[in-house]
Design a protein around this ligand. Sequence first.
Ligand SMILES: O=C(O)CCC(=O)C(=O)O
Ligand SMILES: [Mn+2]
Length: 210
Amino acid sequence: MQSLQLSLESGNSHEVMEKLSLPDAEIFIMPKFLSSTCADQHFDSLLTQTPWQQDTLNFGGKVVPIPRLQAWYGDKNCHYGYSGLALSPLPWTPLLQELKSAIEQCSNAEFNSVLLNYYRHGQDSVAWHSDDEKELGNEPVIASLSLGVTRRFELKHRSRKGIKSFCELSHGSLIVMGKGVQQNWLHQVPKQPEIQSSRINLTFRKIITP
Ligand SMILES: O=C(O)CCC(=O)C(=O)O
Ligand SMILES: [Mn+2]
């Protein structure tokens, strides 16, 4: 896969994209991808209009609710799953399609699906993982848009013990995870019990269908 090419348009504050310096990975952040007014509107629409689901995982016969709510949207054939959970796509909404196009333009990548996560408060989280399911291909580009309260996004290298990093994902920010991120690193959004307010995250992905 070619490495990410970024469209940086000078004078356009939403286009300011910074590369995080992580070994063995290409990851970019645009802290102000959306203006705060736009981000507020999209947060409210997604919060109220998404059919949020409380999915469960089965750990050796024990059914455990995932500590966040989710929704999966995409093209008709985009079936996805992780840890034994199977997700069938809801059809694109105009808002999700609009966000997808804007994010495709600035990341120079294509997506056909999006996973929405709703962290209701600081007790909701996602545990250490990488998005390395085979339906995402060998070197996926995943773009992640954050709305709502700022949460900490942590990364740790898979094999070089002790090499870690983190960034704060604020309202309207976009990160683009490219070459090496899923292969060489794990990421998580840890619980932050002091946080009372909610956050929505959208990860745009490309499912490779046979
Ligand atoms: O909420 C986030 O920022 C990350 C979500 C995530 O890693 C995922 O859905 O795979
Ligand atoms: Mn992930």
